[in-house]
Ligand binder design. Structure first.
Ligand SMILES: Cc1cc2nc3c(=O)[nH]c(=O)nc-3n(C[C@H](O)[C@H](O)[C@H](O)COP(=O)(O)O)c2cc1C
Length: 211
């Protein structure tokens, strides 16, 4: 197999990012870029990296379901691989790979569970099929085959028939509370703009990083 990777080389020239253009806060800047990203198919898809306490990393895509000055919220199964890694080592990194805009946003921070009322409120907005799916999946566990999953789904459908589906006790929201948020804008000749808000002694600094 031969992939023509050299032909995919891109020159980035859409625009720049100057210190003077930045919003005063990381969340203000994120809101601006998120609005620009609304032209993308799934702007809220973000890569979440976690690690075991001894430093073995893993990454996967999850969906951003809330963002405010306290952080970035997503929902998952607490018993999953990521859930177990975050319980043991509550630190994470996020990547928003907005490559069609020649941008990425990188977040590093600590992770905490969102409160039960917030999880409950979000769970209620999900379609019933997704609510049942959350019950049916022992996320990250090995299955014998597809039939096993479908049998579990059928069992929960029967269990909750005619009733509101409760939030599974093993499922909920996690918030990445940032200690740094970097805004990356591609520029010609690989001289990209990288501006990072970083928490230092209780205040936020803005630093320019070498590309
Ligand atoms: C576009 C996209 C969005 C996803 N969103 C979520 C999500 O919000 N929560 C989640 O638990 N898994 C989501 N997944 C599935 C995860 O990528 C992953 O397969 C799953 O969470 C198990 O990960 P783990 O075994 O590393 O814990 C999504 C996958 C894709 C491709």
């Amino acid at each position: 197999m031969s992939l023509d990777l050299p032909s995919l080389r891109r020159e980035y020239a859409r625009e720049g990012l100057a210190e003077a253009d930045l919003a005063p806060t990381w969340h203000g800047q994120f809101a601006r870029w998120f609005e620009d990203a609304s032209v993308l198919r799934e702007p809220n898809a973000m890569v979440l990296a976690t690690a075991t306490p001894d430093g073995a990393p893993s990454a996967r895509t999850v969906l951003l379901k809330g963002v405010d000055p306290t952080g970035f919220v997503f929902y998952t199964n607490h018993g999953s691989r990521k859930g177990a890694e975050l319980a043991a080592n509550p630190r994470a990194s996020l990547v928003f790979p907005w490559t069609d805009l020649e941008r990425q946003v990188l977040v590093t921070g600590t992770v905490e569970r969102v409160g039960d009322p917030e999880t409950e409120a979000y769970f209620r907005t999900r379609p019933r099929g997704s609510q049942l799916g959350a019950w049916a999946s022992r996320q990250s566990a090995v299955l014998a085959d597809r039939d096993e999953l479908e049998a579990r789904h059928a069992a929960v459908e029967e269990r909750f028939a005619g009733d509101e589906v409760p939030v599974p006790p093993f499922w909920g929201g996690l918030r990445v509370v940032p200690t740094a948020v970097e805004f990356w804008q591609g520029r010609p000749s690989r001289l990209h703009d990288r501006l990072r808000y970083r928490l230092s002694h209780g205040g936020w600094l803005v630093e320019r990083l070498s590309p």
